[in-house]
Design a protein around this ligand. Structure first.
Ligand code: 9WN
Length: 419
């Protein structure tokens, strides 16, 4: 029996469907976003499997020849969003942005295969080589020295745009005099107090300018771009996605790829130790140009469980941090540590709760046997949606829904978890 909320979630996914691809929410985000689409597919899989596969297939239509899966696909020009295709100048068809986003696709595809039948496995088959190329791109282009730790070239690549994780890297960016005037659109849709600052947008656009001027040469971006930071979110999501891609390779009989994926996994398991901040006793973001650590614990730090990363001792320390942070808020899991002076309950990734991150954290905590913590976060997410609705993010203290409403990935997480 579908509950009222299930019906509402299905309505949202259908309303945000633009014919084979789904937008995150009308007006605020009118294009196809990379990891939003992957979560949308999981939601569709609950009631329309063919449509779920279409979502992943249309996303991969935008894959670059070098393997990169871009973070936004611009199928039409929509003045409701800035920066659009004219600013990115990707020179691709369809036009897209010039960097990527957290690589959740292989994990989503494995989940769809495991929850389906033989026809789902067949639908995954032609996607395998594309996902393998995407993972190779991450391991080679975002880790040119082979350290086992991938970096991100833009805060948007983390999917956690204005998180305090990036403050140290953003502070080092010099905004050029010729950046030129620009008109933001997000602050016309949403209260500016709940969005990134102007100084941050200046820096976001400075990085795009660099990318555009070097023709989106990813080696150049990683070696000499204005920003290059290690992100616990992307690192842990990639590690889990490698593991899930390996499982897919086994299911599909793709023997040749297995050794390669195994090597990536081994290297990344060692490389993630570079994110262990001994002063905070936790996994934290790190500036890969200077070696400096960010000193805050985020919801992405908690994805160590999801990746199976770190030692038993490190994961035990992370569980202690998780319990302490949950005790400090009414609804978990906040995107930034509420005990840190940079915490802001309503400002986007500097405090609010995001359903998709909770979904990944809960998956990892359950797998690690931390079931009480997992249950608590899942219950909090459910209460937030029940009382506030399918918002983009939520205030961890008041439970208020903030950002875009009728949000695709919040609806998808609700459907996957069930009422
Ligand atoms: C920039 C679409 C995207 C999400 C990101 C979220 C936000 C974009 C923006 O919206 O970022 O990519 O313009 O603010 O931070 O995670 O994929 O929902």
């Amino acid at each position: 029996m579908e509950s009222r909320l299930d019906q509402e979630a299905i309505r949202i996914l259908k309303a945000n469907d633009r014919g084979g691809f789904t937008i995150p929410t009308a007006r605020l985000y009118p294009y196809q976003w990379n990891w939003d689409s992957a979560f949308a597919a999981l939601g569709f899989a609950e009631f329309d499997r063919d449509r779920a596969w279409r979502e992943i297939e249309t996303l991969f239509e935008a894959q670059w020849p070098d393997g990169m899966l871009p973070h936004i696909v611009f199928r039409q020009n929509d003045p409701d969003y800035f920066p659009g295709p004219a600013i990115w100048q990707s020179n691709t068809e369809p036009p897209s942005s010039g960097h990527s986003q957290p690589p959740v696709t292989a994990s989503v595809v494995l989940r769809m295969v495991q929850g389906g039948d033989a026809s789902d496995l067949e639908r995954a088959r032609p996607l395998f080589a594309k996902m393998l190329a995407f993972h190779r791109w991450y391991h080679e282009m975002r880790d040119p020295d082979g350290t086992g730790l991938v970096g991100i070239v833009h805060p948007w690549e983390s999917g956690r745009d204005n998180c305090p994780d990036w403050d140290i890297g953003m502070d080092r960016i010099a905004v050029p005099d010729d950046l030129g005037p620009y008109q933001r659109r997000d602050t016309e849709h949403i209260d500016p107090a709940e969005r990134p600052s102007t100084a941050q947008y200046d820096r976001y656009l400075t990085i795009i300018k660099f990318g555009r001027e070097c023709g989106w040469d990813h080696v150049e971006m990683a070696r000499n771009g204005p920003f290059f930071m290690g992100d616990p979110g992307v690192q842990f999501i990639l590690m889990r996605a490698d593991r899930d891609l390996l499982r897919l390779a086994e299911l599909l009989g793709e023997t040749a790829a297995q050794e390669q994926i195994g090597r990536w996994l081994e290297r990344a398991s060692a490389g993630c130790q570079l994110l262990w901040n001994p002063e905070v006793n936790a996994f934290c973001a790190r500036d890969l140009r200077t070696g400096e650590f960010s000193d805050g614990i985020t919801s992405a730090s908690m994805l160590a469980f999801y990746a199976g990363a770190g030692t038993d001792e490190q994961r035990a320390a992370m569980a202690v941090h998780a319990a302490r942070i949950l005790d400090q808020v009414a609804f978990g899991f906040p995107s930034f540590d509420p005990a840190h002076p940079r915490f802001e309950a309503k400002r986007y990734w500097r405090g609010p709760v995001w359903a998709i991150i909770n979904f990944l954290i809960v998956d990892g905590l359950n797998e690690a046997g931390e079931t009480q913590l997992a249950e608590r976060i899942r219950d909090d997410t459910r209460r937030l949606v029940e009382t506030a609705g399918f918002f983009e993010y939520f205030d961890p203290q008041s439970g208020e829904g903030i950002g875009g409403s009728d949000f695709t990935w919040t609806a998808a997480v609700h459907l996957v978890w069930g009422s």
